[in-house]
Design a protein around this ligand. Structure first.
Ligand SMILES: *Cc1c(COP(=O)(O)O)cnc(C)c1O
Length: 425
């Protein structure tokens, strides 16, 4: 084994260090295996119940009327998430687009959005109009209110109660921390928050941004009262095979409202050709529990490898997981660069590319990114990025297989060692 790793550029010292860490994680990994097994059965049950057949993999064009495969796939998603309905479409360009459709489709002028658990994902700031932006919900007369978490990271129930008013139409909760420092929320915690909100105002729509959270647990936000659960197909549920797409799972009413924004009033979900992507959507969803498991093992492995090297990691090596993202604070520009070079060097695609920090639009510092993915920007595939500013942290996620995620982390350690930034005993 050491031999093949050495051919890939991993020294025996790094191999031995990482191997010891891996051995210490076997109990943890067994839990991930169990969750994945349960979720695999959940997806299979939904596929069998809906009689998925070869016919489902055909391609439609033009208007895409009567696209049997598309309609059945949406039933498979709905049954997996235990919702009345679901939109799963290649016309949904990314996660932000899915969330925007869900919001625009269900809000009207005069309505208010409440974010009861802090700021939403960066790209939603312009959708909502928190940062003024052309075409935002704010321009259409939808207002926004936010309640931050308390200092200990828990929900500020008293302020949430006071913030719910006659205008409050929709409550937006984000499961994963994204690029914030708060912990990600468990599905249970989200359920408690939804129950609290609904007790005050039962008709309020609760929307959960489920990006990076799918199949991490055996239940999803839709199992604990969310009216809409929204995510991206180039993250967990696409299983690495979906080349594009997003989903909105939820009540018939909410999903139908969203569909009139996805296409247009009157047409809704009846149109939208799938152009041949159905097979990869099905196959990706089938694999997604296993792929998510691999990414989770990679994240926990990274946390433990870097924690023992003395770097701060979030979540820490022992905490339960709510998403597949791992932050490692390397504390120096050289550290961030070496880490990303390691991830890149381990990739199946573009392994020969040398990532460099650059001025990415929309960021206030340079950013370095490592990705050697089959699908552009896919973050269920092994990827890492870090802003070139204090505290010099990298965010790491994905890996279509655990073995690949493991190599990526080993390679990052190797690059740090080669740069003289760490010592291994
Ligand atoms: C990725 C992500 C999104 C959507 O991002 P896209 O890049 O538009 O797919 C939204 N919320 C969270 C928490 C995310 O991780």
């Amino acid at each position: 084994m050491k031999d093949i790793y050495e051919k890939l550029g991993i020294s025996p010292a790094v191999y031995d260090y990482c191997h010891r860490i891996e051995e210490s994680l076997s109990e943890r990994f067994q839990k991930f295996d169990q969750t994945a097994e349960y979720n695999q059965m959940k997806v299979l049950l939904a596929m069998q119940k809906n009689r998925v057949s070869e016919e489902c993999f055909g391609a439609s064009s033009g208007y895409g009327y009567n696209d049997h495969g598309r309609d059945i796939l949406e039933r498979v998603y709905a049954d997996t998430f235990h919702t009345e309905s679901c939109l799963v479409r290649p016309q949904i360009a990314c996660g932000t687009h899915a969330l925007a459709i869900a919001l625009f489709g269900n809000l009207r002028p005069g309505d208010e959005i409440l974010a009861p658990a802090g700021k939403p994902y960066d790209t939603l700031e312009e959708v909502i109009g928190i940062r003024p932006s052309r075409g935002s919900l704010a321009e259409f007369g939808v207002t926004y209110r936010q309640v931050d978490l308390l200092h200990d990271g828990t929900f500020d129930y008293e302020t949430i109660r006071k913030s719910i008013n006659e205008k409050t139409k929709l409550v937006a909760i984000q499961r994963s921390k994204g690029y914030q420092t708060r912990p990600s929320f468990s599905v249970q915690e989200i359920g408690a928050l939804i129950a609290f909100v609904k007790e005050i105002k039962p008709e309020v729509i609760c929307m959960v941004d489920n990006c990076y959270g799918e199949f991490v647990d055996t239940i999803e936000p839709s199992d604990v009262g969310a009216d809409m659960t929204v995510g991206s197909l180039i993250k967990n549920p696409g299983g690495g095979l979906a080349p594009i797409g997003g989903y909105i799972a939820g009540t018939k009413e909410c999903v139908e409202n969203a569909s009139y924004r996805m296409t247009c009033p009157g047409l809704g979900m009846e149109v939208g050709a799938t152009l041949g992507v159905n097979r990869s959507f099905y196959q990706g969803f089938f694999l997604a529990p296993m792929v998510t498991k691999g990414a989770l093992k990679g994240a926990v492995f990274a946390a433990n490898v870097y924690e023992k090297l003395g770097f701060p990691v979030v979540p820490n090596g022992r905490e339960p997981r709510q998403d597949i993202i791992q932050a490692v604070t390397l504390g120096s520009p050289e550290g961030v660069i070496a880490f990303c070079k390691g991830i890149q060097a381990a990739a199946p695609v573009d392994s020969f590319v040398d990532p460099q920090p650059w001025d990415m639009p929309g960021y206030d510092s340079q950013v370095i990114m490592a990705a050697g993915a089959f699908v552009q920007g896919s973050s269920i595939e092994l990827s890492a990025d870090g802003p070139m500013k204090e505290p010099y942290a990298v965010y790491f996620q994905g890996g279509l297989t655990w073995e690949h995620a493991k190599l990526g982390i080993m390679m990052s350690v190797q690059k740090l060692l080669d740069a003289g930034l760490i010592q291994i005993s």
